[in-house]
Design a protein around this ligand. Structure first.
Ligand code: DX5
Ligand code: ZN
Length: 223
């Protein structure tokens, strides 16, 4: 089973509630929420108040990807906003272990993300603390970038070290590479532009077709 997590970074920013309801009705398993601070990454999106506002519209899992530094001062706010999964970057500060403990203590499922330039070894000492590792397959900050093939060996390495946690792939994911990602050991695929392309809240059928195309490609592994 593969989990498909559409990123609302590719949705209509003026209409998040309806976009989330539409994409869930069309088959999304989780909703991926990209929080950017203009400091850790060169783009700014939204903060805990926006997460709290969209929370009632999310019936599945709110998967919050923090691209911010520092992380620790904001953990309580994102937990209070209703994040189910709260993912921090390994590169975001010197005390990753403490950050992940604090996320768990705040009542969220901890995740850890690594940038393309970071080796998987960077998170090996904290794999026992997390429910999810997010392997970035683009440089974080923007949707719609090209997938970095050279990241695929990291997935297999992490899966070998951690058979029982989620391995999430984020950036440039679509039907064209889903199969390779799942074969390498991924079980959660974040997809922004490849899910939201061609549709809208008033015409959401494309969301469903796009999700089905990714799921079909991903689950053709065993065939
Ligand atoms: C990038 C974000 C991704 C992004 C993916 O910094 O973390 O979640 O929305 O977008 P696509 O699927 O368009 O590459
Ligand atoms: Zn993301």
């Amino acid at each position: 089973m593969v989990t498909i997590a559409p990123s609302i970074l590719a949705a209509d920013f003026a209409n998040f509630g309806a976009e989330i309801e539409a994409v869930e009705a069309q088959g999304a398993d989780w909703i991926h929420v990209d929080v950017m601070d203009g400091h850790f990454v060169p783009n700014i999106t939204f903060g805990p108040q926006m997460c709290a506002a969209i929370r009632p519209h999310v019936k599945t899992v709110m998967d919050v990807h923090l691209m911010i530094a520092p992380v620790d001062p904001y953990i309580e706010a994102f937990a209070a906003a209703g994040a189910d999964i709260l993912t921090a970057h390994a590169e975001a500060g010197p005390h990753l272990h403490r950050t992940l403990q604090a996320i768990r203590a705040a009542g969220c499922r901890p995740g850890v993300a690594i940038n393309p330039g970071t080796p998987p070894d960077a998170v090996r000492p904290v794999l026992d603390l997390v429910d999810l590792v997010c392997v970035m397959t683009v440089n974080p900050g923007f949707g719609g970038q090209g997938f970095l093939d050279s990241m695929i060996p990291k997935i297999a390495q992490l899966r070998a070290w951690a058979p029982d946690i989620h391995i999430e792939i984020d950036g440039g994911v679509g039907a064209g590479n889903a199969r390779r990602l799942v074969e390498a050991g991924a079980d959660v695929l974040v997809a922004g532009s490849s899910v939201f392309k061609g549709g809208s809240v008033t015409d959401p059928a494309a969301y469903g077709a796009n999700i089905r195309a990714i799921r079909t490609a991903a689950t053709s592994v065993a065939a």
